[in-house]
Design a binder for this molecule. Structure first.
Ligand code: SF4
Length: 49
C-alpha cells in the first residue's frame, strides 16, 4: 500500500494523518461521473469507536 495522506482523523484507519487500511475503495460522491475531487469519496471510512 503506498503512503496515503488523509486528514480525516475521525476514521479508525487514520494514524498521524496517514491511512493505514490494507486497501481503500474510492467511489463517486453521489454523481454519475466526477470532474473534481469533491465528486469522489472514500468508501472505506469507518468512524472511530
Ligand atoms: S479509510 Fe479513507 S477516510 Fe479513512 S483514513 Fe483511509 S483514506 Fe482516510
Amino acid at each position: 500500500m503506498p503512503h496515503i495522506k488523509c486528514s480525516v482523523t475521525e476514521c479508525q484507519w487514520n494514524n498521524a494523518i496517514e491511512c493505514h487500511a490494507p486497501m481503500i475503495q474510492v467511489d463517486h460522491n453521489n454523481t454519475g461521473t466526477a470532474n473534481t475531487s469533491d465528486q469522489t469519496k472514500c468508501e472505506t471510512f469507518k468512524m472511530k469507536s
